[in-house]
Structure formats: C-alpha cells, structure tokens
Design a protein. Structure first.
Length: 368
C-alpha cells in the first residue's frame, strides 16, 4: 500500500530548553516507524503489527492528531481537544496518564517538552490521509501546467485515491471530547472533498488520454466516495454512451434513480434530465441498415455540393442516428468539404480523417 511518509523537523522549543522526555530511561534510542489507516478504517501498526487493541482510544487518537498536525502542539491544546468535556484538573491528569502509556508502548515515538508535544523528528509515520492529500495536490498542480497528465501521475493518483475507504476516523467518538468531534468532522469533509476532486481530475485526464475504460473504472470507484452525489453517475452514463454502450448507460441511470432519487426525494438536475432524454432518443439502427443509411446520406451531400438542389429536395436523406447529441443549426458553404469527408469515410480505406485549420473556422461543426 502506498502511503505518505511524514518526518518532523526538530522543534524549536526543544532546542531552546534542551528537554526531550519522549522515552523513559533505558528505552531504545531508535524509534520505530508507524503506519496509520484513518480513511474508513482505523488502525495503527508498529513494524506491521497492530497496536490498536493494546492502547486506550484517546492515546491512539492523540498520536493520530499529532501525525496529522505539523510541528509541535501545545499540551493545553491536546488536553482541551481530547478531555475538553472534563474538569481542568481531570483533563491534565488524564493527559499525563495517556502520555505514560504511549511512552511504554511507543518508546522514542514522541517528542515531549514542558509545554508541547509532537511526533519525534526521527520517526517515519505513514498516514493514508496525508498520502491522499499529497497525491491530489500534486496532480492538481501538474494539471494547471499541462494539458494532459502523464501516465505515471495518473497511476499514482489512482493508487492514492484507492486508499479512501470511507470518512476520516469513521464512527470514532471518544467520550467527553467535543472539540475532537468538531476537528474530526472538519477532517472528514476535507478528505471527502479531496477524494471527489481527485476522482474528477483522474477521470477527465484518463478520457483525454483515450483510456475511456480506465476512466469508467475510476468513476465507479468515485461513486463509492458518496453514493448520493449525482456527478459520478452522470460521468458513468456519459462515458458508457460515448463508447456506444447505451444499455449500460441506461442501467446506470436506473441505479442513480434508485439510489439518489429514492433517498433524497429530489428530482434529477437539468443536466441529468438532458442526458436521460438523449439516451431515450439514441437507439441505434439495426446493424444491417447502418451502412445503407450512411451511403444514402453521403449521396445527398454530394448532390448538394454539385448544386443539384432539385434532386436533393426530391429525396430527403435518411438520418443516421449517432452519439453526438442534438444536431446544431444547418451548416452553409461547406458542401464540397462535406462531400469529400463522406467519400473518405465511406471508401473503406480510411479509418481516421483529421481536420486541421485555424481556431474558429468551424472544424468541430464540420466534423459533427
């Protein structure tokens, strides 16, 4: 599993006071690395062995909070965070007890001074939430400079997004800790938003790279971040329709209706209604009729290009159904180009035709 390694800088306060009570006398000097899972599941491993069941929950949450917080944190802030619902003296006593338990279980893991606490600078801590944040931030920065993300960045982003199994510290509710609950809710919203942004970016750039099937897989994982969010469903429907998989696209719309609409009792958005209407209208013709209709349409274009308006009006073309959305307004002055395109595409010798030209001259309109 890929994680983000956090190494703390030495605290300024320790340099000033010379105090470092991170480990009891006789404890080993070399700290052990920790791996933390916080997204949808909660576990802390030391050398690959879980220590979650051998420490009190608030001691574990203290380590988690410190790992997610840069630098040193005031002891009073830790006390108020985890024991804010208790009397001041009780909270301070409980903090000392928790620190004693952590020193025994994780020798040399903490840097503790008279006024602050932090993760020891020598300790490597792998946190899945920080790995997710780092990958999404890096991909967003690259996307702001590059038209399409490179393969390695897409792979890294996909791997880090896969670490999101659910909300940050899901269902963790320590007693008498209202400030911790507030902090936890903020972190949950933050990492869910990062997962949404990451998957939206990943699917967009996978499509841009021409790997639509991979984009579909990413969109299916995206839906699990919040199954009541409409956007992943819209993305899945459009991607399947783009590949001509209309039945799969309609199935995803049905899943959307049964999941989002039935839960929230809200009508689909205007864009979703438009997508659904297009799916209803887009039923491809029988396979045996497709080539005949295309050739018929091409002959009609050639007549128009030759100026034979009478024949063109006498026999209207058979419209070939396609996946390009609503037909825009009629195009004028491009009859010869349309005829040339039709001949090239229907000759059987050309699998791809590329239109080039200056911006704004109508390449997209001509292609449609």
């Amino acid at each position: 599993m890929d994680h983000y390694t956090r190494n703390n800088a030495t605290g300024e306060e320790r340099r000033q006071t010379g105090m470092d009570h991170g480990a009891p006398a006789g404890a080993p000097e070399t700290p052990t690395g920790l791996a933390m899972e916080t997204l949808g599941r909660f576990d802390i491993k030391q050398n690959g062995v879980s220590i979650t069941g051998i420490l009190p929950i608030k001691s574990l949450l203290m380590v988690t909070f410190l790992a997610c917080s840069p630098g040193m944190v005031a002891r009073t802030d830790i006390r108020d965070l985890l024991w804010g619902g208790e009397r001041l003296t009780s909270g301070s006593t409980n903090l000392r007890v928790a620190l004693t338990a952590l020193r025994r279980a994780l020798p040399s893991a903490l840097e503790i001074t008279r006024h602050s606490i932090g993760i020891a600078p020598e300790l490597a801590v792998d946190v899945d939430a920080l790995a997710l944040e780092a990958a999404v931030t890096d991909a967003q920065n690259r996307a702001s400079r590059l038209p399409v993300l490179d393969v390695e960045t897409c792979r890294t982003l996909s791997a880090r997004l896969a670490l999101y199994h659910g909300p940050f510290l899901q269902e963790i509710a320590p007693p008498n800790a209202p400030h911790f609950e507030t902090w936890c809710r903020y972190q949950q919203a933050k990492y869910q938003a990062l997962a949404h942004q990451g998957y939206a970016l990943l699917t967009e750039h996978l499509v841009a790279r021409g790997t639509v099937d991979a984009a579909i897989v990413a969109a299916e994982q995206w839906r699990r971040v919040d199954d009541l969010d409409e956007l992943p469903y819209r993305t899945l429907i459009k991607l399947h329709a783009r590949l001509g998989r209309l039945e799969e696209a309609r199935q995803w719309y049905d899943i959307y209706r049964s999941t989002v609409f039935d839960a929230l009792h809200l009508p689909p958005s205007e864009e979703m209604r438009s997508i659904h209407a297009a799916l209803i209208d887009r039923r491809p013709p029988p396979r045996s009729d497709a080539l005949r209709q295309a050739r018929h349409a091409a002959r009609h274009v050639e007549r128009m290009a030759a100026g034979d308006a009478k024949d063109a009006d006498a026999e209207s073309p058979v419209m070939l159904r396609h996946n390009l959305g609503t037909e825009p307004a009629a195009i004028y002055g491009r009859g010869r180009e349309l005829a040339l395109l039709a001949r090239l595409l229907l000759s059987g010798r050309h699998r791809l035709v590329t239109l080039t030209g200056a911006d704004g001259i109508g390449k997209t309109r001509l292609a449609m």
